[in-house]
Write a protein that binds this ligand. Structure first.
Ligand code: NBP
Length: 471
């Protein structure tokens, strides 16, 4: 019996996705560049072996899938995808679909689609989030492609995706690069969320002098409240974990230098290209870059030692409560930015990305999953494209939490504790709600040195200032 679907790339994500497909009752033909991995994967598949067809060549893979063939590519993003598509094409027909499920840059997805000839198979760009666990037991799936292609793969994707109260976390979000773009912004928001959590950890550790286990307990408690989310849940677990080798708290033996594969950076770059503020994501990307300057930071800490910094002024119980509320406010602002970038890209590329649906498919399966996203989905229902900070439910939430964010940022600044993403969120919030900003001065400066002209309040046309005339 032929397979329902094919999968290429049995790395961490691909192997787990293939098992997930098999477990959901679909037959899957698999191929990996290094054939030994295919054999090993098959041998270890246990009772799911019956649903799996291991293939050692791409020709064999194509023959073993029922036409029209959907084939998922789960290989390293970049050139590997182009190489695989080129190698696969000779064995495929026009009706077949190649689905790139890696973390592709959406520009590559758009290019790959454009490069396909009239007799080539269709190409679908699909973002998958949830890491290893998600891939195995239900990821969040963000698809970019035609409605016809999606209709053909929908049954499998719906079956393998995460479920939030029974609803599938897989959706078609638009044509060509829309799925990979949304995945990129998902990762950007993930960066911002993680960074804000790390900043709060820093304030609790260095400002209040708490041990990791005590901080872990605080996050555990917060996870039962409005901050309830996968990231807060795992933060508590990480902080409570003990290093097997030394018996010390695990976080205390880990180098404070964070890696990045690029999706967060892409999110910040795309926001910049679109001219949409995403300062929370930008601050998070920059914070990772600063974290990698380990030796310079060591040198600078000596060069600047002895600089007086104020102690956190409040009693710790009240301050911990402020941190909870402040983190929530920061998170709202960062998510508002992320969704705004998606709305902007959607408009720019004519994608029509449904923001409420996007929030819905992030409620389970992905790394930023939370109930909070359910509230975001409700807010976007009927007011697509409007900044989240203008949704009535979020106006109320920001009114009740932003003062705590202000307190946290202000006190952290006075105490010399870095909170770049929280501070960025606060500044964004304050700028966004300022009816008269300060760009009048910027316009005057631009006109002064470059004769760029400016608009006058309430008047049509371009004007120049009196700068060249003697006062
Ligand atoms: P792994 O590093 O575990 O596996 C990479 C796979 O790509 C292997 O099957 C490898 O084959 C194959 N591959 C490479 Br590398 N170069 C190739 C080439 N030139 N031609 C054909 N195959 C090639 O990666 P992973 O973590 O499973 O990630 C796969 C994709 O999923 C990436 O785009 C990643 O960004 C994305 N993603 C990862 C996660 C996560 O949590 N890990 C989450 C969401 C998305 P080999 O066995 O022959 O080397």
């Amino acid at each position: 019996q032929q397979a329902d679907i094919g999968l290429i790339g049995l790395g961490v994500m691909g192997a787990n996705l293939a098992l997930n497909i098999a477990e959901n009752g679909y037959r899957v033909a698999v191929f990996n560049r290094t054939a030994a991995k295919t054999r090993e994967f098959y041998e270890e598949a246990g009772s799911l072996k019956e649903q799996i067809i291991p293939c050692e060549t791409l020709e064999e893979l194509a023959k073993n899938i029922r036409a029209p063939r959907p084939i998922i590519l789960m290989v390293k993003a970049g050139e590997a995808v182009d190489e695989q598509v080129a190698a696969l094409k000779p064995f495929l027909a026009r009706e077949d679909i190649i689905i790139d499920a890696g973390n592709a840059n959406f520009h590559d997805t758009v290019r790959r689609l454009a490069e396909l000839g009239p007799n080539d198979p269709t190409f679908v760009g699909m973002g998958v989030s949830g890491g290893e666990e998600g891939a195995r037991h239900g990821p969040s799936i963000m698809v970019g492609g035609t409605p016809e292609s999606y209709a053909r793969i929908e049954p499998v994707l719906t079956a393998i995706s995460a479920k939030y109260q029974g609803q599938s976390c897989s959706a078609l979000l638009g044509p060509d690069g829309a799925g990979h773009f949304v995945k990129t912004i998902h990762n950007g928001i993930e960066y911002a969320d993680m960074q804000m959590i790390a900043e709060v950890y820093g304030v609790l550790r260095d400002g209040l002098g708490l041990e990791p286990a005590a901080i872990g307990k605080i996050f555990e408690k917060w996870n039962a409240g409005p901050l309830n989310s996968y990231l807060v849940e795992i933060t508590a677990k990480v902080l409570l974990a003990v290093d097997r080798k030394t018996g010390k708290p695990a976080v205390d033996v880990i180098l404070d230098s964070a890696g990045q594969k690029g999706t967060g950076r892409w999110a910040a770059i795309e926001a910049q290209m679109l001219g949409i503020p995403a300062t929370g994501i930008e601050a998070a990307v920059a914070a990772r870059s600063i974290s990698s300057l380990v030796s310079q930071r060591g040198e600078a800490s000596k060069a600047y030692s002895g600089l007086e910094t104020a102690k956190l002024s409040d009693d710790s119980t009240a301050f911990v409560d402020a941190l909870e509320q402040g983190l929530l406010a920061g998170k709202i602002a960062a998510y508002a930015q992320g969704f705004d970038v998606m709305a902007g890209a959607s408009k720019e590329h004519g994608w029509n990305v449904p923001l409420a649906t996007t929030a819905r498919i992030w409620r389970a399966g992905c790394i930023i999953r939370s109930q909070f996203l359910d509230q975001i989905a409700d807010a976007f229902e009927g007011s697509e494209g409007k900044n989240l900070l203008l949704a009535p439910a979020f106006v109320e939430r920001m009114k009740s939490t932003s003062q705590s964010l202000r307190k946290v940022v202000a006190e952290a600044a006075l105490a010399g504790l870095p909170v770049p993403a929280l501070a960025a969120a606060l500044s964004y919030f304050d700028s966004f709600r300022q009816a008269r900003g300060t760009a009048n001065l910027i316009q005057a400066q631009r006109d002064f040195f470059g004769a760029h002209g400016f608009k006058r309040i309430g008047e049509e046309g371009d004007f120049h200032g009196p700068w060249s005339e003697p006062a």
